[in-house]
Design a protein around this ligand. Structure first.
Ligand code: ZN
Length: 248
């Protein structure tokens, strides 16, 4: 069984709670679809924990922290520059810093395995394209994306978990009792976000994949601690904490 996590966004409490939940399942390997950092208060700790995953992709915020950020709104960009300063923190040893930078710099943008594709954004633009639930009404876009998928594609980036079918339907996890069985038809699965869910449910989200069965997991975490930490960092705007409570 695989656990697939994404969009941690430097939320250490959420990541730790998810890793604890994973430990209780018969999981052999953890895949991470990117955006380890950005928005949240613990980038270094989150990078260190994610390094233990079997497969980790590059997210747009991870890339932004390493290179010149492009296409981010001002609060997100400010968070990215703060994240970079944390990764360059003088309190860490040079060796420690180099290990994190090298790890981030070596991340691939996609991963293929037995007809399954893993990306941060979309099959068409692995790093940056959003596939939102309402895109089911954009037939052209969805057809082009599905054409690039052999069997199933696991993705993140929107922080909105759910299943897209090739017949252009979207199912949120609660509509399908948190379970979906792959049946040979092409499917896109958004695994949701560990550290900043945006589907109205504040709990951390991730996915378990066992053969053909996808299970969405929601995990409560110590959100008060994370919000307090965000409030304490001037470069992280307070709304980045408030939105965690709303799951928006
Ligand atoms: Zn993200």
């Amino acid at each position: 069984m695989k656990a697939i996590i994404s969009d941690i966004h430097s939320n250490l409490e959420a990541l730790q709670a998810v890793l604890e939940d994973i430990k209780k399942q018969p999981v052999d390997e953890i895949y991470c679809l990117g955006d380890i950092v950005g928005y949240g208060p613990n980038p270094r700790e989150c990078v260190d924990l994610v390094m233990a995953c079997k497969m980790v992709l590059l997210g747009n915020h991870d890339q932004g922290a390493m290179f010149d950020p492009e296409g981010f709104n001002p609060p997100a960009e400010k968070a990215i520059f703060w994240t970079r300063s944390q990764l360059e923190s003088p309190s860490d040893s040079r060796q420690q810093k180099e290990k994190r930078w090298e790890f981030l710099a070596e991340r691939p943008r996609s991963h293929k395995e037995n007809g399954f594709l893993f990306v941060h954004g979309s099959a068409r633009n692995p790093l940056n394209e959003y596939v939102f639930p309402e895109d089911i009404y954009n037939q052209r876009k969805m057809e082009r994306i599905f054409a690039l998928v052999e069997r199933s594609c696991f993705q993140g980036h929107t922080h909105v978990p759910g299943i897209f079918t090739e017949s252009l339907q979207f199912h949120s996890p609660d509509e399908i009792d948190y379970t979906f069985k792959l049946d040979g038809r092409k499917t896109l699965c958004n695994v949701g976000s560990v550290g900043q869910p945006r589907d109205g449910d504040w709990r951390a989200c991730y996915v378990l994949l066992d053969n053909e069965t996808i299970r969405f997991r929601r995990v409560e975490y110590d959100i008060d601690t994370t919000v307090k930490k965000i409030y304490a960092v001037p470069d992280l705007e307070n709304f980045l904490g408030d939105r965690l409570r709303d799951g928006r």
